[in-house]
Design a protein. Structure first.
Length: 574
């Protein structure tokens, strides 16, 4: 590859590499993730620097991965014998291509797509973009093969200009970002190994995940100095099944589920309010009962879970909030069911049955304690059920575990059990009270301001990248007790939990997102804007990297963070 691009301009290199990467099928959960990892490694090893230092490109297998997916690493060491290191990272997988419909066979062909969309009559903006020649189409064009290409161009530049690099650049490309984040989670151990064995001192991680307009006519280039987190709060709902000829005597779990969904889904009042930030409300991702075939019995139980972004909130605060929502929802359900039954009895003049409408609401943590107090063994039940249903995907396996606990309980009353299932992403953001974070932000702003003056681009800073990103796993703000509140409400964390909380806490790497710019990520009209992405962005990231490395080299302080930070900048200048 080096021979194909070495005479090209930086902008041409980035575009050529992006097109080559888009051409490779790298859909999440397929062997394509392995193929593109191999291709990225081949690109790196073609660079003269890595021809001389082949040991500085390597791969790390994701443990136990059935596809053999892997992380790709490359280390460029500057001429200043410094341990200070900036991480460049990007995910190598894409979402599927089913949404392309009749264009599915061309989903990875930017040249075909730009021709097609140039005469596309059903979306004026898409057609105009295609005709302009400034946009590249194709699955992964913006999310995020162009982001990998930008990093590769900068790796090549620094490897050929070591005198410009006052520290080190560590590149990593990770699989499985679009699903379980297995790539970055396995990379944590490798980052810790490099930290301990090679004494690398990580200043920051720069991600190139895509940025996009936040409203019509928005041309701002957003710099995100952190990443939002995510929880998946789940509700296992057990009712009282009856024949459809006697439904007023039952407690339908779907009725409870619908009441919960109406109170939680897109409820902006449940979302955090942080001035100037794009904060998304919780949203329902799954709601169904356990029935597999038609019959005339009402459902016994229902499953319900929500996507819940977290910015500054903790898992404990969220579960406390949703517990109260569930209590209020169930109280309303009880009231409605009781009133319906009373009115029915009056109309029919039939004697009332001795029925209770009480619906218990309990968190998994408290339910496990209740079962223990009844002389039962919930821990063994959890382990056994995980083994029994290991063929299921993780969320369904968690529901099966909670369902098994409910069946273990001799008190078979209507109840709602609130718990967490994967994935969980911590939030990672800069704190103004932290001297290191203040210095980092100062360096970023200086690089951005110089780039804005030179290019005329308009930039703005945001605290949280509004979509899910691997950078969430590079730092941890929650206390041990706050993390414990999450794991105790996760069915079998010690069995299937994958997040190395302590290693993440020790790494403590700030995450900065300087993204490629485009539109319609995860849509068939996905496209990347070439003038900014391939020309402005690489230089901005290089400038930021140098300023970060210079800043730390020039202004050492004695601050230490849990023995991880060897030296960290305070308020020194550049």
């Amino acid at each position: 590859m080096y021979e194909q691009i070495r005479r090209l301009t930086m902008e041409e290199k980035a575009e050529r590499l992006t097109k080559c990467l888009v051409n490779i099928n790298s859909i999440n959960g397929t062997a394509g993730e392995v193929n593109i990892a191999d291709y990225i490694k081949q690109i790196l090893t073609s660079f003269p620097y890595f021809q001389e230092h082949p040991e500085q490109v390597w791969e790390q297998l994701v443990p136990g991965d059935p596809l053999g997916r892997k992380n790709v690493f490359a280390l460029v060491k500057g001429n200043h014998h410094s341990r200070d290191t900036v991480i460049y990272h990007a995910h190598l997988d894409t979402v599927g291509i089913e949404d392309f419909g009749v264009l599915k066979e061309h989903a990875l062909d930017p040249d075909h797509l730009v021709t097609y969309f140039s005469s596309y009559a059903f979306h004026d903006d898409v057609r105009k973009n295609a005709l302009s020649g400034d946009w590249m189409f194709g699955r992964g064009s913006v999310d995020m093969q162009s982001g990998i290409a930008v990093h590769l161009v900068n790796i090549l530049h620094f490897s050929e200009h070591l005198d410009e690099l006052p520290g080190n650049i560590l590149f990593m490309a990770n699989p499985d970002e679009e699903s379980q984040h297995a790539g970055i989670l396995s990379a944590i151990s490798e980052l810790r190994r490099l930290q301990e064995e090679r004494k690398l001192h990580y200043l920051a991680a720069i991600n190139t995940d895509f940025i996009t307009p936040l409203y019509d006519g928005d041309h701002t280039r957003y710099i995100y100095t952190g990443a939002a987190g995510k929880l998946l709060p789940c509700f296992y709902i057990y009712g009282r099944e009856v024949h459809v000829g006697d439904t007023l005597a039952g407690i339908d779990p779907n009725f409870i589920a619908s009441e919960l969904t109406s109170r939680i889904h897109n409820n902006i009042h449940l979302a955090e309010h942080i001035e100037g930030e794009l904060i998304m409300p919780p949203s329902c991702l799954y709601q169904r009962d356990h029935k597999e075939t038609y019959n005339v019995q009402t459902a016994v139980s229902s499953y319900l879970y929500f996507n819940y972004f977290i910015y500054e909130k903790t898992a404990k605060e969220v579960i406390d909030q949703l517990y109260q929502v569930a209590v209020e929802a169930c109280a309303d359900v009880e009231k409605k069911l009781s009133e319906y039954y009373d009115y029915f009895s009056e109309r029919t003049r039939l004697p009332k049955k001795n029925l209770s409408w009480n619906i218990q609401v309990v968190t998994l943590e408290n339910y496990i304690e209740e079962l223990k107090q009844k002389g039962l063994d919930p821990v063994s039940c959890i382990h056994k059920t995980h083994r029994q249903y290991e063929h299921l995907e993780l969320r369904m396996r968690c529901f099966k575990v909670v369902e098994a606990l409910q069946k273990l309980d001799p008190e078979q009353c209507a109840k709602v059990i609130l718990f967490y299932a994967p994935p969980y992403l911590p939030h990672n953001y800069l704190r103004e009270e932290d001297a290191r974070d203040r210095q980092l932000l100062k360096s970023v702003k200086e690089a951005v301001e110089e780039t804005a003056e030179k290019t005329g681009e308009v930039f703005a800073y945001k605290k949280f990248f509004p979509y899910l990103a691997d950078g969430s796993f590079l730092s941890l703000h929650e206390t041990e007790e706050e993390i414990a509140s999450f794991t105790r409400n996760f069915p079998g964390w010690e069995t299937i939990g994958t997040i190395p909380f302590e290693d993440i806490r020790q790494l403590n790497i700030p995450s900065i997102n300087m993204g490629v710019y485009g539109k319609d990520g995860h849509k068939w009209t996905e496209r990347v804007y070439k003038p900014y992405t391939f020309k402005v962005l690489p230089e901005l990231i290089r400038k930021t990297s140098v300023y970060l490395l210079q800043s730390d080299h020039m202004t050492k302080s004695s601050l230490r963070s849990k023995s991880v930070w060897l030296n960290t900048a305070n308020d020194g200048g550049i």
